[in-house]
Ligand binder design. Structure first.
Ligand code: SF4
Ligand code: SF4
Length: 363
């Protein structure tokens, strides 16, 4: 029986950072069943039709559906040479039946294909007659396009084919395909699209206050582990850049210059991909690619607006965190403690401006 997605608020970027503009799930929903708020999202049970398209577009896996057991499907397919995944609305039989083929994400497709499982997606011939229609077809198309990008980056010529039987309306022309991709990209990523595709500059709107970041436990996602698994299995001889893509939940974060050591990005990052490392005298912001899900909330929270997601990922096999920014700590003239400051300063923030208090105590 189809079940509605469950929402885990602490995984949602909107919950973790009150000013996050993420609306991928709402844009993927054909039925306007997803309402956005500062607490995350809520799903209207009477409008939801259980397609799970919202589940497949969430980079942080804040949404889960019992009838889309992605990791279980991959486990069951292990060692098989062929697998048919059918969509429930088509009524077709398959080794696995999912709520909608548009909910089978790129990491799943790539994992199966790279393991030599010849995959058939059964039901695409019914897409145009299906109520999940337009969004489902676009999403499936986007996942197949992300699969092609992954295959090309890791030299996956040997990957097994994926059969997509006669999708309705035939294959779109290249121009239509690009237009559809751009359209969906904008719909999926919403207002965050600009922040993902171009560097954020000082000219952008001022950042929201640091207190808008909620403390919540950091986590890793199963989908990101599946993706990194297949990137790590790729041969070392050829590593082409992997283009940033809305259906590939990974990103390469860069901080070209201007980092003020405010640490907002590391606090907002849900997966601990951005890490602050400190010793007594040094401060460093490090980035661990294998944990990054490309949600982009770090770029939204960055106070000086210098953090950005690169248009292509060049170091997708990097095993260790890389340094994004480092600086030496300074010693406060007044309290003698070490502190981090964007500019050379005599006193730490806590001591600055307390001259009267200091004088009243120590003369
Ligand atoms: S896609 Fe995920 S992170 Fe974004 S608003 Fe929806 S639930 Fe939150
Ligand atoms: S580093 Fe940035 S884009 Fe990557 S998971 Fe963390 S917050 Fe999201």
């Amino acid at each position: 029986m189809a079940t509605q997605p469950e929402f885990h608020a602490t995984h949602c970027t909107r919950y973790r950072y009150r000013y996050s503009a993420c609306r991928r799930c709402a844009d993927a929903c054909q039925y306007d069943a997803v309402a956005l708020s500062e607490e995350g999202i809520s799903i209207n049970p009477s409008a939801c039709r259980n397609c799970s398209l919202c589940v497949a577009v969430c980079p942080t896996e804040a949404l889960a559906a019992a009838d889309l057991p992605r990791i279980d499907i991959l486990k069951r397919a292990s060692g098989q040479s062929a697998l048919t995944i059918a969509c429930a609305p088509s009524g077709l039989k398959g080794d696995e039946v999912v709520p909608c083929l548009g909910s089978v994400d790129a990491a799943m497709l790539a994992h199966l294909s790279s393991r030599g499982v010849a995959l058939t997606l059964a039901g695409t011939q019914h897409c145009s007659a299906c109520a999940h229609g337009e969004n489902a077809m676009r999403q499936l198309e986007l996942h197949l396009e992300a699969l092609a990008d992954l295959k090309s980056a890791v030299d996956g010529d040997h990957w097994a084919d994926i059969a997509v039987p006669a999708s309705c309306g035939g294959q779109p022309s290249k121009a239509e395909h690009s237009a559809a991709r751009r359209h969906l990209f904008r719909r999926l990523v919403g207002r965050g699209v600009d922040r993902i595709t171009r560097p954020i500059t000082q000219d952008d709107a001022p950042p929201a206050p640091l207190k808008a970041i909620r403390f919540a436990r950091q986590f890793s996602t199963a989908g990101r582990e599946v993706l990194q698994g297949l990137l790590d299995r790729a041969g070392n001889e050829r590593q082409s850049p992997l283009p940033a893509h809305p259906a590939i939940f990974a990103a390469q974060v860069e901080a070209p210059r201007g980092c003020t050591a405010c640490e907002a990005c590391a606090r907002a990052c849900p997966t601990d991909a951005l890490q602050v490392r400190e010793s007594g005298v040094a401060w460093e912001l490090a980035f661990e690619f294998s944990r990054c899900v490309g949600c982009g909330v770090c770029t939204e929270a960055c106070q000086p607006r210098v953090l950005r997601l690169a248009p292509a990922m060049h170091h997708w096999k990097a095993p260790q965190p890389v340094e994004l920014h480092a600086r030496s700590k300074q010693r406060c003239d007044r309290c003698d403690r070490f502190f981090v400051s964007p500019e050379p300063a005599d006193m730490c923030l806590a001591c600055t401006g307390d001259d009267e208090d200091f004088a009243s105590l120590f003369g």
